[in-house]
Design a protein around this ligand. Structure first.
Ligand SMILES: *Cc1c(COP(=O)(O)O)cnc(C)c1O
Length: 411
């Protein structure tokens, strides 16, 4: 699409994260120099980078135990297995999430039961209660998709009433909280990702946190601890392992010391990174306030979020009009992802594309996703970059809206 001469074009990259700091590089080089990259490869009395990272991550969340693993998706699958979910079991989850969530459920042979999303992009509690009763599911994998946290008080009350255990998918809520309780600390297990596009960057990686000694001992054994679990510090007493160590299969998915070394340095900056993301988020939000036909997602008072990405709705707009906004913004350098597209693209897919998770019809989710646009806000963007991105979206959504208005469009 051609852009009219004289129109500003955004030159930043939506996929460029910050470089690893010099301190992180030095920590990585120290591991490379001694060569003990495997978490259990320690000299007498040495605490591995991974074991130290687990202690530090648990402390930031006030969790009793933490296990570092190979990816966020691995953490989700490991959490399901640690709760005893197996083939044929039904697991509740959000219809609006990323593919690794239904994938983790399908990966243990279980059957995802997808729950509708609301216009606020969180799980629909009424549909949750209905599907929980109808499915007989014992577990909810609750995805805080794109960092939007549902009414945790209400959702936990529904689950507690029905004896449903909750695994939290905190891939987008590391550093976030609900009424001051860190995201990942409401359910029995919290799962996190340290993949490049999340809140800490080790390329690939993940964490599980829990206060439950049985669940965590099982997770540690599952992750491939062989009989070396005593080298964990943020883990239950060895006696808990002794009782089950021959019953739990080894499904290797450990983290290594190289990644842990760079994560330990980054973890100290998480509160500052949260503030930096939220400053950018608020600039975009202000820039998109009052655009006709465009709905911003409200952020509840109780939600302490991390604005590492931005979503908005074009509710009721015809698909062709949404696609035109995406194309026009794209031509001016603003990469919007559309969850209502017919085909999955890049990281973006929707429940209808997950044939392994036969969900049936979810009309409310269809309505929301049809108008849902999304973009990342990497910390390499300045506040002025964010203001420019908002100006471009504002202009292009406004132009498409006016065109529809003039042609007596269907909204
Ligand atoms: C990224 C992501 C995951 C999984 O993380 P990986 O580390 O890529 O396996 C899980 N849930 C959501 C919502 C995600 O965005």
């Amino acid at each position: 699409m051609d852009v009219e001469p004289g129109k500003e074009r955004f030159a930043g990259s939506f996929t460029q994260q910050e470089p690893i700091s010099e301190e992180g590089i030095a920590a990585a080089v120290a591991v490379l120099r001694h060569g003990r990259l495997h978490r259990y490869n320690v000299t007498p009395g040495e605490v591995s980078e991974v074991a130290a990272l687990e202690v530090e991550f648990a402390a930031t969340l006030g969790a009793r135990y933490c296990l570092a693993v190979a990816s966020g998706g691995y953490a989700l699958g490991c959490a399901l297995r640690a709760l005893g979910v197996g083939a044929g079991d039904r697991v509740l989850s959000n219809a609006f999430t990323l593919a690794p969530v239904p994938g983790a459920i399908a990966g243990v042979g279980a059957v995802p039961v997808l729950v509708e999303v609301t216009e606020d992009l969180t799980i629909d509690p009424d549909d949750l209660a209905k599907k929980a009763a109808a499915s007989g599911a014992r577990v909810l994998m609750l995805s805080h998709m794109r960092g939007h946290i549902c009414d945790m008080d209400r959702v936990m009350a529904i689950c507690d009433d029905l004896g449903i255990r909750v695994i939290e998918d905190c891939a987008h809520t590391m550093g976030a909280d609900w009424r001051g309780v860190p995201s990942g600390r409401h359910g029995v297990v919290g799962c996190f990702s340290t993949q490049t596009y999340k809140h800490l960057n080790s390329g690939e990686g993940g964490f599980l946190v829990s206060d439950d000694p049985q669940v965590m001992a099982r997770a540690v054994l599952l992750s491939g601890s062989y009989m070396l679990y005593e080298r964990h510090i943020s883990a239950p007493d060895p006696a808990v392992f002794d009782a089950i160590k021959q019953d739990i299969p080894n499904i290797s998915g450990r983290m290594d010391n190289l990644r842990a070394a760079i994560l330990r340095v980054q973890l100290r900056d998480l509160p500052a990174r949260r503030a930096a993301w939220n400053a950018r988020y608020r600039v975009v939000e202000a820039g998109l306030t009052g655009v006709p036909g465009l709905r911003l997602i409200p952020r509840p008072q109780a939600e302490g979020f991390v604005g590492s990405s931005f979503q908005f709705l074009l509710p009721g707009w015809p698909g062709a009009a949404v696609a035109e906004v995406v194309a026009r913004a794209g031509a001016r350098g603003v990469e919007l992802k559309w969850f209502g597209a017919a085909e999955p693209s890049g990281f973006t897919s929707a429940y209808r594309h997950w044939r392994y998770a036969a969900a049936g019809d979810l009309p409310r989710t269809d309505r929301v996703l049809a108008g849902l646009l999304d973009m990342r806000l990497p910390l390499t963007f300045t506040l002025e970059d964010c203001a420019q991105v908002a100006r471009i979206i504002r202009a292009e959504a406004g132009a498409v809206w006016q065109g529809m208005d003039a042609s007596g469009g269907s909204i």
